[in-house]
Design a protein around this ligand. Structure first.
Ligand code: DGI
Ligand code: FE
Ligand code: FE
Length: 193
């Protein structure tokens, strides 16, 4: 696994711009730290963190999805940046030869989340948001602490803040982001009853 990580790191250094590569390393190590905290597989967290944005610096996402027979919704068509998650999951398997379903799923759901996320998916979704190089988003100090204290509460908090952010900028919400938010809201409400 370590050799494979080193090999893919080298490829990504050429594939991504400098800022995105630095972010990638931040997500990779943050995900590993969270895996330590929550008893998840550290190697899988490293690999999923490393590859989560592997399709971020590619242009013509719509066309590429067509070529690879990946479905594109209306919201994705008008916001192609959403597509780097599913395109990244596809490339992780086909170009970087990652055959672990859990890793591929974590890459696929890292932008919108989804209901019933696995532990690894939650870790990547959160690590992407809190890695040390990420710009200071609202409530960041609190969210970072929560990540190592209560993973579902943290997930909910990020989904909530993301919806507020997207709304304030009039960016159309992907239905999956909304679904994830509702699912984790209900889950937390039930826990509190
Ligand atoms: O790729 P990163 O920048 O590291 O982070 P990311 O994969 O979470 O992508 C963030 C971008 O995705 C940001 O520009 C907002 C956008 N995004 C997240 N959820 C939604 C969304 N865009 C739309 N249109 N709708 C969403 O629900
Ligand atoms: Fe991303
Ligand atoms: Fe990212």
């Amino acid at each position: 696994m370590n050799q494979k990580i080193t090999r893919i790191r080298r490829k990504l250094m050429a594939e991504l711009d400098k800022e995105r590569y630095e972010h990638t390393l931040g997500v990779m190590y943050t995900a590993a730290s969270m895996a330590m905290r929550y008893d998840a597989d550290i190697d899988k967290a490293l690999m999923a963190g490393l590859l989560h944005d592997c399709a971020k610096c590619i242009s013509g996402e719509n066309k590429l999805c067509g070529r690879y027979h990946l479905s594109v919704s209306e919201v994705e068509k008008s916001n192609p940046s959403l597509l780097h998650a599913k395109l990244g999951a596809f490339l992780a398997a086909k170009k970087y030869h990652v055959d672990d379903k859990e890793i591929v799923n974590a890459i696929a759901s890292h932008t919108t989340g989804r209901p019933h996320m696995s532990l690894l998916e939650k870790i990547i979704y959160i690590a992407d948001y809190i890695e040390p190089g990420r710009e200071e988003l609202p409530n960041m100090a609190e969210v970072r602490k929560l990540a190592f204290h209560d993973i579902d509460a943290c997930l909910y908090r990020i989904l909530k803040d993301s919806l507020v952010y997207l709304d304030s900028r009039n960016i159309p919400i992907d239905p999956m982001t909304e679904k994830s938010y509702q699912y984790y809201k209900e889950k937390l409400d039930q826990k509190e009853e």
